[in-house]
Design a protein around this ligand. Structure first.
Ligand SMILES: [Zn+2]
Length: 265
């Protein structure tokens, strides 16, 4: 059964860019990558960890990256690789781009408020959120602070709630247990509510007891397995999740059932 595991949060780059992208990100964020950033390396990691499918979240750091990312996403899509293209909200036609993403058959898009320089609840973003909602596209968004940036509250639990309250049917997936390294606020505002979150780069920082308590207090169908590979190890994250002893039903929901439902599998 382990091959059914879906990692809902990974990153990879075209082979020609991978080495440079990973080393720049390592230096910018003070992180150590587990992999070299190529899709082939991710697939090898999936094989050794027992992961069936990875969702690759691309990030357009400039508006003109929309087209090349969309093209690359089409090239790498396979039963084991589910690419999410990225739209830069400050580009010329984000809503038209959302339509292109939907027409190409992708499950959704990824946004990153730090790399793309916006606050999650900026008024200017709502037309895009409504378009994603109408198109039925997932919005996977980096949430919480980010290693590589000052600790400005660009996408914290309060801002997340403001968006969800105004576009309640938006198919939002938050990262890092709701908001990376902002877990007091997550406990205060998000835990127990119908907010989907992945568990990437959170369990070890939270510690076993707190991570376990947060997950058990959250709706069982709203937690996804994710690693942030190459920034988190796939085998290592699987091991940390399993060590939480959540019980078989919760664990299976997190490892693949919830993700299958979101991806319509
Ligand atoms: Zn990530």
């Amino acid at each position: 059964m382990s091959n059914a595991v879906i990692d809902f949060h990974t990153h990879a780059f075209p082979d020609t860019l991978a080495a440079r992208a990973v080393s720049q990100l390592e230096h910018g964020g003070g992180m150590r990558a587990f992999l070299d950033g190529r899709v082939s390396s991710l697939l090898a990691s999936m094989d050794s960890a027992g992961i069936g499918t990875s969702v690759i979240c691309s990030i357009a750091t400039k508006p003109e990256q929309f087209d090349p990312i969309l093209k690359w996403s089409k090239q790498i899509a396979s039963p084991r690789i589910v690419p999410l293209p990225s739209i830069h909200p400050k580009g010329p036609d984000p809503i038209g781009q959302a339509r292109k993403v939907a027409e190409a058959g992708f499950a959704g898009i990824k946004l990153h408020p730090y790399y793309q320089e916006f606050n999650f609840d900026d008024e200017a973003l709502f037309p895009l959120y409504r378009a994603l909602d109408e198109l039925g596209l997932l919005l996977v968004c980096h949430t919480g602070f980010d290693f590589a940036f000052p600790r400005d509250r660009k996408v914290d639990p309060v801002r997340i709630l403001r968006v969800v309250e105004r576009v309640p049917s938006l198919r939002l997936v938050t990262s890092h247990m709701g908001a990376w390294d902002d877990w007091d606020e997550v406990e205060k505002h998000l835990i127990g509510k119908p907010i989907t979150m992945d568990i990437s780069v959170s369990i070890d920082l939270l510690g076993r007891e707190r991570a376990r308590a947060m997950i058990l207090a959250h709706p069982a169908d709203r937690v996804l397995f994710g690693t942030d590979s190459p920034w988190g190890g796939q085998s290592e994250t699987l091991r940390s999740l399993r060590a939480l002893d959540l019980g078989e039903e919760r664990e299976q929901a997190i490892l693949w059932k919830n993700a299958e439902a979101l991806l319509g599998r």
